[in-house]
Design a protein around this ligand. Structure first.
Ligand SMILES: C[S@@+](CC[C@H](N)C(=O)[O-])C[C@H]1O[C@@H](n2cnc3c(N)ncnc32)[C@H](O)[C@@H]1O
Length: 385
């Protein structure tokens, strides 16, 4: 028996896109119709959590016999077996890549040290198994202040040829991705972007709409660690949701892409080459800025209803200096992510509460394990005004 999401026909593509971006769709089972032909059953893969986050939690999970996808071309491990043989494949069984991230037509792949010697065979097998992929990059971890991945090109499709390792000259890594109908231009080699956070972004946009309804007006949104702006894509594209917008980041390459995105989403005249922190018109600011400096700007203080902090290792230290930006006279929302030891969750929750106005509601939900004792959590803080 396999877990399947029961989804109405009109929502099928929306749900599939989210599952693919999170790496939660089954690779070898097929989407099929329910017994009454009124729903589609979408098979979930082994990396999918038992408790799904919003918006996927709107759909019931049914345990059903999976239908193997016989129409599919051989998967990458079958192709790899043909290259290295069954014995070698079995010998290194625990170490082969278990998951990957797809960004546009780029696959980003972690490769364990034990099987690095096979990285050309692995990446070639990936390109052969996924004909829409153009590039396979090795993910050697996120590094530095800009939180950019250290990547190494492993395989590139060039027309009908596949170039491997040292034969690769140049790789175009700027790509467009689609999330909930919005195009986001990104470049995983020069600026942070993860397709895996789409459900978090949808959750933020749903919470933002609730806040707008509470306040009775479109809201002011500040994202001082915005990268190329993926969280903002979901907000500015919802009608009547956003009034003023503050989008900034330390990484100039991220800001160029952000400005490209903002000018497309808002239809405002924004020059992507101008990375300096700029007020583009009455209610849109973007540019390179250290988040710590924002509250020093008088016209930015006390006006924001939603603050987004996506810097998981530094959430708690970033929060206090940014609070002067908030308009706590009205209901407000702070959304972010934080990394913490499981044992520290309650202490962190109460030290965050101490920084906020009375009766604030601080929710910290562990989303996945960094290590057995460390959790990556989603944070939602609501203040009542
Ligand atoms: C984990 S990434 C998140 C980016 C974006 N919010 C997203 O979800 O794709 C953190 C971002 O914070 C930026 N950053 C780090 N320290 C910063 C600071 N002091 N001020 C402004 N941005 C900073 C990095 O350049 C990076 O783009």
């Amino acid at each position: 028996m396999n877990p399947h999401l029961r989804v109405s026909n009109s929502d099928v593509q929306y749900v599939i896109d989210i599952l693919i971006s999170e790496g939660w769709l089954s690779n070898n089972l097929r989407i099929h119709e329910s017994e009454n032909h009124d729903f589609r059953l979408i098979p979930l893969g082994p990396m999918c959590p038992a408790k799904l986050p919003p918006p996927l939690d709107n759909y019931p999970i049914s345990m059903k016999e999976g239908v193997p996808d016989s129409r599919k071309r051989p998967d990458w491990s079958t192709i790899l077996r043909g290259k290295i043989g069954t014995d070698v494949l079995s010998k290194y069984e625990p170490f082969w890549p278990k998951s990957h991230e797809i960004i546009g037509d780029i696959m980003i792949l972690k490769i364990e040290a034990e099987v690095r010697q096979f990285r050309e065979e692995i990446s070639e097998s990936m390109l052969l198994a996924h004909p829409k992929l153009r590039v396979v990059l090795e993910d050697r971890g996120v590094m530095g202040t800009y939180r950019i991945r250290d990547t190494l090109p492993l395989a590139v499709r060039s027309g009908r040829d596949l170039l491997l390792g040292t034969k690769i000259n140049e790789v175009r890594s700027k790509v467009d991705v689609k999330e909930s109908g919005c195009i986001i231009t990104c470049d995983p080699v020069t600026a942070y972007y993860s397709s895996r956070l789409q459900t978090e972004r949808i959750h933020t946009a749903d919470e933002a709409e609730e806040l707008r309804d509470q306040i009775g007006n479109s809201i002011n949104v500040a994202d001082p660690f915005c990268g190329v702006g993926p969280a903002l894509a979901h907000l500015v594209n919802r009608p009547g949701l956003v009034n003023s917008l503050l989008a900034s980041d330390l990484n100039p390459n991220a800001v160029k892409l952000l400005n490209e995105n903002l000018s497309r989403w808002t239809k405002k005249k924004i020059d992507p080459e101008v990375t300096a922190f700029t007020k583009w018109d009455g209610n849109l600011w973007s540019g390179v800025e250290d988040a710590n400096n924002l509250p020093l700007k008088k016209d930015l203080r006390g006006i924001w209803n939603l603050l987004i902090i996506n810097l998981p290792h530094s959430f708690t230290t970033c929060l206090a200096p940014l609070l002067p930006l908030m308009d706590f006279e009205k209901p407000s929302l702070i959304r972010g992510r934080l990394v913490c030891k499981s044992d520290d969750l309650e202490n962190i929750r109460s030290s965050i509460s101490d920084l906020l106005p009375a009766y604030s509601d601080v929710k910290i939900n562990p989303r996945n394990d960094y290590s057995p004792s460390v959790k990556l959590c989603s944070v939602t803080i609501r203040t009542s005004g």
